[in-house]
Design a protein around this ligand. Structure first.
Ligand code: NCD
Length: 319
């Protein structure tokens, strides 16, 4: 099932968008779409992961991502284990690789990893014999977020996002969401813009496949989609903005700045939101404009699609 025009999805891991070709992405998105349709119709999913074990290994805090992988795994019939890091041997000083070796000895089939260090999931993937899914590593990548964002956009724009102009605004420098999204949106034919203060946009960001703007008025002109990002204070070594109030004045999305974009523009945010810092509540909560709740709903279906594709690729290798 996980194939497009006879091109089978054969990847063992989901680590970065750059590891995938367009047909891989199309296979994943169409599986995500399939599960989204099932959830809308409230049909039970097939037990595609029955007998498989999914381990959630989150070294960083998470609400949406961890829970959506848990729900996705359960809906597909997997046994799901959430490792509570604070209560695990990691808190006693165990290294990442020792934790990996211990988990590997328990024979999981799917390992979902979030870690503050860029590259940690890729390192684990070399040490374990199961599929590894990157649920966010440092500032590096968050491929499942980019996939769920693309699927949310396809739904919001009647199936096609080719040619959309999308602004990603705010703390680009510390954002793994921005890095994965620019790769995927470019692959899908979108025009991507970054908008933010010079301190929060890396000097080489124009080489990532986005046009860079430092003011919302020019940056948002003609945009179909505005993706707002949180100031990721936990990754900032110093102070990158004078004050949150001043930041909101220049870069926070409110009704007035929304007028710079196309009249029918949609607003996204990966969460968690800081209301009154990067986005105002009246914009975030307006169902005519905001597709933030749809992102969360789509997240479960998209992750079901990713788990399904990886499990099927595993089974194909084993047979
Ligand atoms: C993002 C993350 O963790 O990278 N959130 C998420 O996965 N939903 C964005 C963020 O933390 O700001």
């Amino acid at each position: 099932m996980a194939s497009i025009d006879g091109y089978p999805f054969e990847k063992l891991h989901c680590l970065t968008i750059a590891d995938f070709h367009r047909p891989d992405i199309e296979s994943l998105l169409s599986l995500g779409e399939h599960y989204l349709d099932l959830s809308v119709q409230k049909s039970p999913a097939r037990s595609i992961l029955a007998g498989k074990t999914l381990v959630n290994l989150f070294f960083e805090n998470s609400t949406r991502t961890e829970k959506s992988f848990e729900i996705a795994g359960r809906r597909l019939g997997a046994d799901v284990i959430n490792m509570a890091i604070a209560h695990s041997s990691v808190a006693k000083g165990e290294t990442l690789l020792d934790t990996a070796a211990t988990l590997n000895a328990m024979n999981p089939d799917l390992l979902v990893v979030r870690h503050r260090a860029s590259g940690a999931p890729a390192l684990l993937a070399q040490k374990v014999s199961c599929s590894v899914i990157n649920a966010g590593d440092g500032m590096h990548a968050h491929p499942t977020q980019a996939l769920l964002d693309a699927l949310t956009l396809r739904r919001a724009f009647d199936g096609s996002i080719d040619g959309l102009r999308i602004a990603i605004c705010g703390d680009i420098a510390h954002s793994r969401v921005a890095r994965s999204n620019v790769q995927l949106l470019n692959m899908l034919g979108c025009e991507v813009r970054f908008i933010g203060p010079p301190t929060l946009i890396p000097a080489d960001a124009d080489r990532w496949g986005a046009d860079v703007f430092h003011d919302m008025k020019t940056g948002l002109k003609g945009c179909d989609v505005i993706m707002m990002l949180r100031l990721q204070l936990e990754r900032m070594g110093g102070s990158f903005v004078p004050s949150k109030r001043e930041y909101f004045h220049f870069y926070g999305l409110d009704r007035a700045k929304l007028l710079y974009a196309k009249p029918e523009a949609k607003v996204m945010h990966p969460g968690p939101m800081n209301r009154g810092v990067e986005i105002s509540s009246d914009v975030a909560d307006d169902p005519e404009i905001s597709i933030i709740t749809q992102q969360v709903e789509t997240g479960v279906a998209m992750r079901m699609g990713i788990l399904h594709a990886l499990a099927e690729a595993q089974d194909r290798r084993a047979s």
